[in-house]
Write a protein that binds this ligand. Structure first.
Ligand code: C5P
Length: 417
């Protein structure tokens, strides 16, 4: 679970637009961020998306538009409404906008919208004429003046076969609008992070490659954590890695050389660089243009060393830039990690054990310790990758704060002189 959305309660109100089916994808992304998502379907939305799907995705009962007689409706909607940190209405029809604008409370969702004091974010979706109608526009003005937020709608081809404004904003845009409203940690706002993730594949002929077992799970956990805390995240990602969450700028690559070129370019503008990728250390000196055939004599491959991606970034590190590496080791963990920290000019390195159960490539947890340049003995713990991502983000955040303070002190000295 990620820290910025931990214990954050998001009510996802789904109303009866054709785009209602997109709420499942949205709910799944919010759950992935670690939020507690309570889905509410209006009566017409339940005709379009199955409450069972949303219940399975959110892991919580779905509230339907009708008051359930077995519950005490008064208490239920008031408690959900008052414990919410955000109401996200996606898709929002002209009808719910009209009801919210005039304070009507004739079903579960409209009642809860009146009872809550949490921020409200609407993602409108409707036919163009309905959207541009003066009645809807007045309702939007009223809600905006009252502090409600909006994302979209976008212009484009609509389900009713017209072209114009009214299409639900895409999931990524909605999530980007949700993050600053729902998250209670913004320590990476305005911070540009570049990370590498996954393995690299080094071809030896058109069908074969040298690779490793990296899954990209650690890089993905880090990307989600940083994104939720407000960072702008770019990821240079090797083949067959876990997909990055939407909101991350992804540059897919295959080989270490491609990764080096892209990562070094992107890192020039970055405040933070994290080398999570398991970069292949060697590549074939020459790639056979055709598939190598067996000839009974075995095969000798000449391998040459790949560029050290993070080493290149570390070598040209700017003042105040934070560069973080990983050291996946099977033996002499601490000594090897320390050596890498120094040789590659890193600010932090995560020493982690591979080749043991529950820790390493493809697993959901790592036995790891975070080292800085100081000579203290760090503690090794078995942690889920999400928790390690949180701890690492905390350490990086601390370093950025220190670097900013040092920068201010330096400017002050200049001014004083
Ligand atoms: O030397 P070693 O491969 O163990 O170093 C691990 C760290 O260096 C990781 O952060 C990894 O992403 C990075 N690395 C790299 N380019 C390489 C090899 C490793 O960026 N060619």
């Amino acid at each position: 679970m990620h820290s910025a959305f931990r214990d954050r309660n998001i009510v996802l109100g789904v109303t009866g637009s054709i785009a209602a089916y997109k709420a499942c994808e949205l709910a799944s992304r919010l759950v992935e961020y670690g939020a507690n998502v309570t889905a509410v379907l209006t009566r017409s939305a339940s005709q379009m998306v199955g409450p069972a799907s949303l219940a399975a995705i959110t892991g919580r009962p779905v509230i339907t538009g009708l008051f359930d007689e077995s519950q005490n409706p008064e208490i239920e909607h008031i408690s959900v409404a008052t414990s919410a940190h955000l109401f996200l209405i996606a898709p929002a029809t002209a009808n719910i906008l009209a009801k919210a604008a005039r304070g009507a409370a004739d079903d579960w969702l409209s009642t809860a919208l009146l009872a809550t004091r949490a921020p409200i974010l609407f993602a409108p979706a409707m036919n163009t004429n309905m959207y541009t109608h003066p009645a809807t526009q007045v309702n939007l003005d009223i809600l905006r003046a009252r502090g409600c937020r909006f994302v979209g709608p976008e212009s484009g081809r609509l389900a009713c076969r017209t072209i114009g404004p009214g299409r639900l904003a895409d999931t990524q845009a909605i999530l980007e609008a949700v993050i600053p409203l729902a998250s209670d940690r913004h320590d990476f706002a305005g911070i540009d992070v570049v990370l590498t993730s996954g393995p690299t594949h080094e071809p030896i002929d058109p069908v074969r490659f040298i690779g490793n077992r990296s899954s990209g799970k650690m890089g993905r956990a880090l990307a989600i954590e940083l994104l939720a805390r407000g960072a702008k995240v770019s990821a240079v990602v090797g083949p067959h890695s876990e997909p990055m969450p939407s909101g991350v700028r992804v540059v897919p690559v295959q080989t270490a050389s491609e990764m080096a070129e892209t990562a070094v370019n992107l890192s020039q503008e970055a405040d933070v660089f994290i080398g999570c990728a398991a970069v292949a250390d060697y590549r074939a000196e020459s790639i056979n243009p055709t598939k190598r055939k067996r000839d009974g004599n075995g095969l000798v491959l000449k391998l040459v060393e790949n560029p050290d991606v993070i080493g290149m970034v570390g070598a040209v590190k700017r003042e105040g830039q934070v560069v973080v590496g990983f050291a996946a080791e099977t033996d002499r963990l601490l000594a090897n990690a320390r050596k890498k920290l120094e040789k590659k000019h890193l600010d932090l390195i995560v020493a982690n054990e591979v080749g043991v159960p529950d820790s390493g490539f493809g697993t959901d947890s790592l036995r790891a310790a975070i080292l800085d340049g100081k000579r203290n003995a760090p503690e090794f713990r078995l942690l889920p990758k999400e928790e390690l991502a949180e701890e690492l983000a905390d350490r990086v955040s601390g370093m950025l704060t220190e670097a900013r303070a040092a920068g201010h002190r330096a400017i002050q000295r200049e001014v004083n002189n």
